[in-house]
Design a binder for this molecule. Structure first.
Ligand code: PEP
Ligand code: MN
Length: 455
């Protein structure tokens, strides 16, 4: 990109190129790569600065304890998921979970989908064995294909990713503005699968309350207000493939300040993954110049001092809500690691500026017989419950959850009220990357979080 380097920060959309980088694809065909980059540079922004700034304001409220953040979607979104029913089922699930959370936490809920661009995946190894043959690993639809004959890196996939993102977001916007989120529309709460009578009773009480509340609001006409007829659903993905992100960076006017800033217009919210958050590396360099709200994954390998250096680099102006720390330690480690991370941040100049978000998925992945990757619902809930407790003890606010989920009836995670066990995993395991909560497990998790707040 030819944007000028800003003298005060010595940053440019391409300054990351001079830094060491992890998880970077080596495209063999440089001419084809350049062609895709030029095409992306020509295309319009996928999201608008006005929307990005609006999300930032919502996240400021989350950082200050006034709202709760629900973020969820696939681990690896496929181009193939750009279909009406797949998109709708995810929007409905996020909406339904957020209703439960509003009721439980008594706070507004900000919703972000891991949707419309979550196409690039970091991999622990560049090669894998399939049918006894060594082949390049599947790195997400934006880089290569899952089919064994499509494992070569293809830069034209970045242009396809742009179009699939735009089509997905177009349908998200169209459904939301056409009333998919009407709160008085009957939702399917189906609690038939809940075997434990005490739990079922608890959930039923919540559902009865929510239905009555919606009916009441309908009766008094409160559901006619714009706030209730429509909801915001923002988009996000891991900012992993910088060859794709850079051409979508645009110097645009911030509608609040009327000053020009560099927005990454590929999504409203981007996060830096656990494998690419090295302070002196390319991803941190790229994102330090971006005006969007950003997430950073924080795990067992994050030293507390790095956390502060990351905040100083990515948010020197200490804007509240600019950075979401997405913690993911695992149920067995969270109690020994999270308190020191909280203290490092909350005892510093960044006190009450970050959104603390719990990702109870990525520290709890396990392999069961046959090498199937899964996660158990009880581990997921345990990490979340411990995280809630620790924040309370430390006097900080757990502002949100980050989940891998799908609106479909998949069988990828063990447990939950359906009692899925190892033998059930093969029934409908469709993830091409990490195991996701199905609709029932996701909703159950929302009920359990709500229960925590109401007790
Ligand atoms: C993910 O969110 O899918 C992911 C790869 O997470 P992490 O970077 O935390 O491992
Ligand atoms: Mn994942």
């Amino acid at each position: 990109m030819s944007s000028p380097i800003t003298p005060e920060t010595n940053w440019a959309p391409d300054s990351w190129r001079s830094k060491p980088i992890k998880q970077c694809p080596e495209y063999p065909d440089k001419a084809a790569l350049q062609k895709s980059i030029s095409e992306l540079q020509r295309l319009p922004p996928i999201v608008h600065p006005r929307e990005i700034v609006k999300l930032k304001e919502h996240l400021r409220d989350v950082a200050q304890g006034k709202a709760f953040l629900l973020q969820g979607g696939d681990c690896a979104e496929l181009f193939d998921y750009c279909q009406q029913d797949v998109i709708e089922s995810k929007i409905k699930l996020l909406l339904q979970m957020s209703l439960v959370l509003i009721w439980g936490a008594d706070k507004r809920v900000v919703r972000i989908g891991r949707m419309a661009g979550q196409y690039a995946k970091p991999r622990s190894s560049p090669m894998e064995t399939v049918d006894g043959k060594q082949v390049p690993s599947f790195r997400g639809d934006i880089l290569n294909g899952f089919h064994i004959d499509e494992r070569e890196l293809d830069p034209n996939r970045m242009v396809k990713a742009y179009h699939y993102s735009a089509a997905t977001l177009n349908y998200i916007r169209a459904s939301i503005s056409s009333g998919i989120a009407d709160l008085h529309r009957p939702l399917n709460w189906g609690l038939g699968h809940v075997r434990d009578p005490k739990l079922k009773d608890k959930y039923q009480q919540a559902v009865t309350f929510l239905k009555e509340m919606l009916r009441f609001m309908h009766t008094i006409g409160a559901d006619k207000s714009e706030k209730l007829d429509t909801v915001d659903l923002f988009t996000s993905h891991e900012g992993l493939l910088l060859e794709y992100e850079q051409p979508l960076v645009r110097l645009l006017e911030n509608p609040l300040t009327n000053k020009k800033e560099y927005f990454d217009t590929s999504a409203h919210f981007l996060w830096i993954g656990d494998r690419t958050r090295q302070l002196d590396h390319a991803h941190v360099e790229f994102f330090r110049g971006i005006a969007n709200p950003l997430g950073v994954k924080v795990g067992p390998t994050t030293p507390a001092s790095d956390l502060l250096d990351l905040l100083r680099t990515l948010n020197p102006a200490r804007e509240p809500g600019k950075i979401t720390l997405i913690t993911r330690y695992g149920a067995g480690k969270v109690a020994s690691l999270l308190p020191a991370h909280i203290r490092a941040v909350e005892d510093s100049e960044f006190k009450q500026t970050v959104v603390w978000q719990c990702d109870p998925m990525h520290g709890n992945t396990q392999s069961v017989s046959g090498g199937i990757k899964t996660r158990s619902f009880s581990d997921i809930f345990s990490e979340l419950q411990q995280t809630l407790r620790i924040h309370k003890e430390q006097g900080s606010y757990l502002g949100g959850v980050h989940l891998e989920l799908t609106g479909d009836a998949v069988t990828e995670c063990l447990g939950g009220s359906e009692g899925l066990d190892e033998d059930d995993l093969s029934t409908n395991y469709t993830s091409f990357c990490d195991p996701r909560l199905n609709e029932k497990q996701a909703l159950e998790l929302a009920f359990l979080i709500a229960d925590h707040y109401r007790c």
